[in-house]
Design a binder for this molecule. Structure first.
Ligand code: UT7
Length: 317
């Protein structure tokens, strides 16, 4: 498979660290030094579906394809505007598509999971072109009284159009789960069903930042080393490492452990914060549009998130 078009969409509203100090006991200095984040985008009026459709349309325009050229929409999303219908259905409606949609709730690893599924669809001969969209609003889940969590997140959407090729550009993938629901979770909303004892709980995202940090660095390094080996590549042969944008310190630690130059680890966390599974496709779109990504280059992706899920992939662009 090959990426033939990329797109992204961001909410208009920019929220700086300084704005957060108006209601949180925090500071720009703490947030920047502990995370690298300066500002983030937060969905104020629009919908997640609106962002997802915009990103999808941009990717389709870049690829020069119409809705009827697509055989599958793969959507990565944790929370959208509705519990049901799934976000993929809204994207279908927005672009005028009537085929199969498949939604993946893989937390921040969702985009890499979707790439892996797409590769299998191509290998099985079930699709010629697949639209992958990752759209997220983690700011909706965060507890805005918890200064260690809410400052990290931002909203956004990224998309790619993939096309089947004779020789797949997907050189290797690795996806895994180390089940642990204690370090990062979000309970389901409460029910008023009189027969249900466990009524769910009013609640927000809970995160044990230090545990997730430790898991993130080690899984990222292990997964990237493993996919490089699977692909028969030395890490030095990889042109770019596009990692989940969770914390600049996590990116730096992974880079040091992999012993690769910092220039190979591009990022947008300073401007956008952690946009969950949308981080990687947004970055991919930025790098395609500004010309950093060039045909033939080898790109490694790595992500981790609630589950705890983690994984990596290597693609020839
Ligand atoms: O998509 C995956 C999702 N999550 C992640 O990847 C998160 C991974 N973890 C992290 O990025 C980091 O652990 C955090 C950024 C969440 C926290 O950074 P840390 O260096 O691990 O800080 P800490 O939790 O050890 O807290 C150090 C201090 C604490 O104060 P005391 O107890 O030492 O007095 C915190 O209360 O920093 C305090 N603190 C803050 N202070 C100002 C925590 N958050 C803030 C804040 N502003 N926003």
């Amino acid at each position: 498979m090959k990426i033939i078009g990329t797109g992204s969409a961001l909410p208009e509203q920019v929220v700086t660290n300084e704005e957060l100090t108006k209601f949180l006991d925090t500071s720009d200095e703490w947030i920047v030094s502990h995370t690298g984040i300066q500002e983030r985008r937060i969905l104020k009026e629009g919908t997640v579906a609106g962002l997802a459709i915009e990103a999808a349309q941009r990717a389709m325009e870049a690829a020069g394809v119409a809705a009827e050229d697509i055989d599958l929409i793969l959507c990565s999303n944790v929370v959208s505007d509705f519990v049901t219908p799934a976000l993929g259905c809204f994207i279908a409606g927005g672009i005028g598509y009537g085929g199969q949609t498949l939604d993946v709730n893989g937390a921040c690893t969702g985009f890499i999971k979707a790439l892996d599924i797409a590769d299998s669809y191509f290998a099985a001969g079930k699709a010629k072109r697949i639209l992958v969209v990752a759209a997220e609003k983690p700011t909706y889940l965060a507890d805005w009284t918890d200064r260690a969590t809410c400052v990290l997140f931002g909203d956004g959407a990224g998309a790619v159009v993939l096309e089947r090729t004779k020789e797949s550009g997907c050189l290797a993938t690795h996806l895994a789960t180390q089940f642990n629901a204690d370090f990062l979770n979000m309970p389901t909303p409460p029910t008023n069903c009189p027969f249900t004892q466990n009524k769910g709980r009013e609640g927000y995202m809970y995160m044990n930042g230090q545990e997730v940090y430790r898991f993130a660095v080690s899984s990222c390094v292990k997964d990237l080393t493993l996919v490089a080996k699977k692909a028969g590549l030395a890490l030095s042969e990889i042109d770019w490492f596009l990692l989940h944008q969770a914390n600049q310190r996590i990116l730096n630690a992974a880079q040091m452990r992999l012993k690769q130059p910092g220039e190979k680890f591009p990022g947008n966390i300073g401007r956008l914060g952690n946009t969950s599974s949308a981080c990687i496709p947004i970055l991919l779109d930025e790098m395609t549009r500004d010309g950093r990504l060039k045909e033939g280059q080898i790109v490694a992706f790595s992500a981790f998130g609630a589950g705890l899920t983690h994984g990596a992939a290597i693609l020839r662009i």
